[in-house]
Design a protein around this ligand. Sequence first.
Ligand SMILES: Nc1nc2c(c(=O)[nH]1)N[C@H]1C(S)=C(S)[C@@H](COP(=O)(O)OP(=O)(O)OC[C@H]3O[C@@H](n4cnc5c(=O)[nH]c(N)nc54)[C@H](O)[C@@H]3O)O[C@H]1N2
Ligand SMILES: Nc1nc2c(c(=O)[nH]1)N[C@H]1C(S)=C(S)[C@@H](COP(=O)(O)OP(=O)(O)OC[C@H]3O[C@@H](n4cnc5c(=O)[nH]c(N)nc54)[C@H](O)[C@@H]3O)O[C@H]1N2
Ligand SMILES: [Mo]
Length: 768
Amino acid sequence: MSKKKSVVGKVAEKDLEVGKRKDWAAGVPGVTHSMGPAFKDVGVARSMTGLLAMNQKDGFDCMSCAWQDPPERKTFEFCENGAKALTWEATPLTVPETFWGKHSVRELAGKSEYWLGQQGRLKQPVYKPAGVDYYRPIGWDQAFSILADELNGLDSPDEAAFYTSGRTSNEAAFAYQLFARAFGTNNLPDCSNMCHESTGTAMGEVIGVGKSTIAYTDFELSDLIIIMGQNPGTNHPRMLTALEDAKNAGADIVAVNPLPEAGLMRYKNPQTPKGILGHGTGLADQFMKIRLGGDMALMQAVSKRVLDAEDKAPGTVLDHDFLNDHCQGLDELRAHLAHLDDTAVEQATGLKAREIDELADRYMRADRVIITWAMGLTQHKKAVPTIKEIMNLLLLRGNIGRPGAGASPIRGHSNVQGDRTMGIWEQMPDSFLDAVQREFGFDPPRKHGVDAVKAIRAMRDGDVKVFVGLGGNIVGAVSDTGTAEEALRRTKLSVQISTKLNHSHGVVGEKALILPTKGRSEIDNQDSGPQFVTVEDTVCAVHSSTGKLKPVADNLLSEVAIISRMARAVGVRGTADWAAFERNYDTIRDHIANVVPGCVGYNQLVRQRGGFVLPHGPRDSRTFPTATGKAMLTVNELETLVVPDGRLLLQTMRSHDQFNTTMYSLNDRYRGVKKGRRVVFVNPDDLADLGLHDGEFVDVHSEWTDDVDRVLEGCRIIEYDTARGCAAAYFPEANVLIPLDYTAEGSNTPVSKSIIVRLDRVPAPVPV
Ligand SMILES: Nc1nc2c(c(=O)[nH]1)N[C@H]1C(S)=C(S)[C@@H](COP(=O)(O)OP(=O)(O)OC[C@H]3O[C@@H](n4cnc5c(=O)[nH]c(N)nc54)[C@H](O)[C@@H]3O)O[C@H]1N2
Ligand SMILES: Nc1nc2c(c(=O)[nH]1)N[C@H]1C(S)=C(S)[C@@H](COP(=O)(O)OP(=O)(O)OC[C@H]3O[C@@H](n4cnc5c(=O)[nH]c(N)nc54)[C@H](O)[C@@H]3O)O[C@H]1N2
Ligand SMILES: [Mo]
């Protein structure tokens, strides 16, 4: 039977250049690269006002990643990619009114994310009526009444889904979840479902809290930092400063990654003379070029060595006091790892036993160990057990809840963690829903809602008919692009609350609305005066964020104002005073104080300079709010994905000049790629085995059991120093390769980092 083809639009990349890759990150070129475009496009005064306010205690929180702020701020407390995020948002360019008559919705669906982002900031609400292929500008009141009519016309509130992306502030997130629940549904999918969900699931089960157990200052106190599945040079550049400080204070650093990412190897700090003039700081003391998905085996193999060492010298290796007082499951773990098969470990990791010995020695020598991770761990079939194995290793030597030690998932979007704290989750516990009920006098629905993947499935199957996106780009970001497009197109109404255009504005329901909103850098004046919002970073620190720039258009509403007006137009249940929410965000914060755990006195706490840190039992007092009240060592079966001969395991990742589906440019400076994104990185020995060569072109087919042939067409091969058997391509283009049903066990996160692929040679594209 021939398979139905699923491809994404082909972009002829006639200018694509492939050059030398870099083995260091974020030196002077980092700063000049960041300042150049800012000055050119945004204007000197606006750029400087923005950049000097970024991450300062009385300024606004950088809208890029969730990296934490240091206790003492420098004058320039931003990185190259933060500056790019700011200039992308602060551009004075707006989408002109004439745009909407010129470009049909179908045409927008065919445009690249780069082109869409280049059109400028959205400045007026627009509406696409049924049967018409164009958006047209409309007034705000009309927009809210269209939305309200559609929502109120549904047979059940569960026929609507309310998505959130992680830039949303705590105030907007709290109001939005309240709106959805007062309307009657827990359908609150979010970007976290595709991101650190596996982390929350694993850590929640094992230690009772799904968040980092460290503080910023712990890096400097640590003896060993293991960075797994993370590319900080691009995605969390300010982390390099913390790593350099840790290194200078004597810490060892181990990087575990299939790619020798620039930022892991060497760092040039643009803010020190050594960084400007010298060779910078070498970062990784040990680089482990692991095979994709091999981390669970690696953690088991290290834990086994720790347990073996304890057997040889009883009482000297494990932290017995900690294990006795706070943990359970040691005997089962010991029994299980006793049978760990060295050959299976070698196959899974692609690492030599002596490399693992070296890591185990480092781990046992170090008194205080931190392990950090990001998407390289969370987006695998076995992501949840992998993270549980990290926790096993840390628990064995009591590396939780003491200075310089801990588990540190590094979150993605700047407020993705805060959004969860505020109730953006399809599965909030009853304790939270009870508090909502007490505070607002209505009974929130208890049935769990849909996550991101289930939302796509529900739209595809006609079960969800109205989709509202508070930020983000679900069609671009979620797996199985073809299915996601089909799903959104089946809805009766799709609504995007956005700052800029993206693919989700071109792939829409029968009717569609775009509601433009202010960005975080912009001044937010309401009837009671200027407002600030609050955010939570990756180490649970909550602080205020005050926009400093004049909004790019007069007609923009803040996210809070949009949600408040939506709720009023729909007429939802409960006693919330939605007009007061919009008038004065303190009102929302007063409710947060009563509903969200750890937020008593929220308005006062966030007004302290630098904010406050949320309580965290395991971190603060080694109390573990798990089912048993103990931290759980867990037994996880090792299962390695078998890749058939002639096939490779592909990961999808970010280039240096993108923020998720937002493209700042088509370059990836550190990996030596310029002016194009249709590439596939492959190990030279694998190329030789496959009879392929650098510079040739291939169609990348993912191999799956259903009747769809998922293809990423016309990729230029780049010979690259990645682990054997592994390949890499850029997200979001490569999302077409990931079947919707291919998700991580336990967290339902799309498996974006281990896709079995076949490379079929094709002729070089003819330049157009
Ligand atoms: N500039 C910029 N900053 C960002 C973002 C952005 O797009 N641009 N996105 C933000 C968001 S939402 C997030 S979630 C984070 C993402 O931050 P990262 O997780 O750093 O992002 P990815 O580009 O997906 O990189 C994954 C890294 O893990 C490695 N890896 C892949 N598979 C494996 C594996 O099986 N094992 C190991 N050990 N390593 C593996 C890859 O080689 C790569 O280095 O960044 C945030 N910050
Ligand atoms: N294959 C593959 N897929 C992935 C990943 C991967 O590594 N590989 N990573 C996953 C991860 S980690 C994540 S987090 C998701 C990201 O999924 P999303 O969060 O849905 O996607 P983004 O690209 O971050 O969203 C960008 C859009 O947000 C809007 N926006 C920007 N700022 C604001 C604002 O202040 N307010 C509002 N209302 N809107 C704003 C703009 O319109 C912009 O176009 O993608 C996931 N998808
Ligand atoms: Mo993310």
